[in-house]
Design a binder for this molecule. Structure first.
Ligand code: UD1
Length: 388
């Protein structure tokens, strides 16, 4: 791939002049961001003469189980700044991050703002940066579900459109970006930082007794996660899903670490009547990884879990109508079954009676994505950093 165009790099300066480290302001806001930012922070720390990272937690997720435990499990350094934005409507939450990040960017003057994934914090930080003429690097760029009702899809499209470096995880992402008119030299296929984290924590997770502690037998339980607004915000939809998943629970235990949004929906919309499955509080990263590793199957509407099950070779049924991560279906162990109860029931039956689908590792999901990203930023930004 050709060298990325870098508008911050003055023409007269060559990258040989590298006396100043590159100030990278890295943003993390919500749970799925933490496993993506972790390997990048570790990689920057390994190159102290090249990078000066500033880690900003927006506070979009704030519970100990949704945030602090991930920092601990993944050895992420304490954030330099926590913006404490908390929950709110989309407009409110995004605006809070936008306003607070803008002040911080003016004060800290980073050479680049690094954002990951597709949450509200991602688009808000990217927008604040680009309006101040600070270039944005987007990790996990180019994924498209083609479903504009998903808030994340809007965040992905908008973040990509203002980014200078678009780091992709799979081939489909590059095709999507080229189709949208993104210049080819801004796109870098680097692999998957979330899988970097999975690979480096897999052995530690295997030592945990999570499965036994929950009274389960390896290979003889299912894991369920649900939190998408399209599944949990409608009482009727949630009730239908719980009916079919309750049936599965009569055959094998279904463990359901419950997202706060879903817990709230059960209280508000189902009168607090819980599904007939094994509910647990949200789990930490290592406990959840152990649980996934030994599951017979995983049922989910998450984006990241589709990728983690592919990396682990565990069958995954995705309870959504589409995926923005098609490589998990074409090469991995994922199947998009939709949200219709009859279709879910049929897919479960087929999976339990048929041969196990093996899948293979997608290209470059090899634990080295963060190294590739740091290499590219170092190459492209050393000159700009030397100058101010
Ligand atoms: C957000 C992301 C979603 C991601 C998910 C992972 C957006 C648009 N959505 O969705 O892409 O898959 O995180 O978890 O950015 N809450 C707590 N404690 C917390 C955080 C949230 O109790 O620490 C509750 C609050 O009631 C809040 C609700 O969960 O209103 C939803 O949180 P929010 O950050 O708005 O969106 P998520 O559904 O978590």
């Amino acid at each position: 791939m050709a060298r990325a165009r870098n508008p911050k790099e003055p023409k007269s300066v060559t990258s040989a002049n590298q006396s100043q480290p590159i100030r990278v302001l890295a943003i993390a806001g919500a749970r799925p961001n933490f496993m993506k930012i972790a390997p990048l922070m570790h990689e920057f720390a390994r190159r102290p003469d090249r990078f000066e990272p500033i880690l900003v937690h927006t506070g979009q997720h704030y519970d100990q189980a949704m945030s602090d435990s991930f920092f601990r499990d993944l050895g992420i350094p304490e954030p330099d700044v926590n913006l404490g934005v908390g929950s709110g409507t989309h407009g409110h939450q995004t605006a809070q991050v936008l306003m607070k990040i803008e002040d911080l960017l003016i004060e800290r003057k980073p050479h680049v703002v690094l954002v990951v994934g597709d949450v509200n914090s991602t688009i808000a930080a990217a927008l604040a940066a680009v309006k101040l003429d600070i270039p944005v690097a987007h990790v996990e760029a180019g994924l498209r579900s083609w479903d504009r009702k998903m808030p994340e899809e809007i965040n992905r499209v908008l973040t990509d459109s203002v980014s200078e470096w678009l780091f992709t995880t799979e081939a489909s992402a590059e095709e999507n970006l080229l189709r949208e008119g993104v210049a080819a030299d801004k796109i870098h296929f680097v692999g998957n930082v979330m899988i970097d984290t999975l690979i480096s924590h897999r052995e530690r997770a295997k030592q945990l007794d999570t499965v036994e502690r929950l009274g389960l037998t390896p290979g003889e339980y299912a894991v369920l996660t649900l939190h998408r607004p399209s599944n949990v915000d409608s009482a009727e939809q949630l009730r239908k899903l719980f009916d079919v998943l309750g049936q599965l629970n009569r055959e094998i235990p279904v463990v359901f670490p419950i997202h706060p949004r879903t817990a709230k929906a059960i209280e508000d919309n189902l009168g607090g009547i819980k599904p007939d499955v094994q509910i647990t509080a949200p789990l930490g990263y290592l406990d959840f990884l152990r649980l996934l590793t030994d599951a017979q199957m995983v049922l989910t509407d998450s984006g990241g879990i589709q990728e983690e099950t592919t990396a682990l070779g565990v069958p995954c049924l995705t309870l959504r109508e589409s995926t923005e991560r098609p490589v998990t279906v074409t090469e991995g162990t994922n199947e998009i079954v939709g949200t219709n109860p009859a279709a879910i029931e049929a897919a479960i039956k087929k999976l339990r009676s048929g041969p196990k689908r093996e899948g293979r590792q997608p290209k470059l999901w090899d634990g080295k994505a963060a190294v590739r990203i740091a290499d590219i930023l170092e190459r492209d930004l050393a000159g700009a950093a030397a100058n101010n």
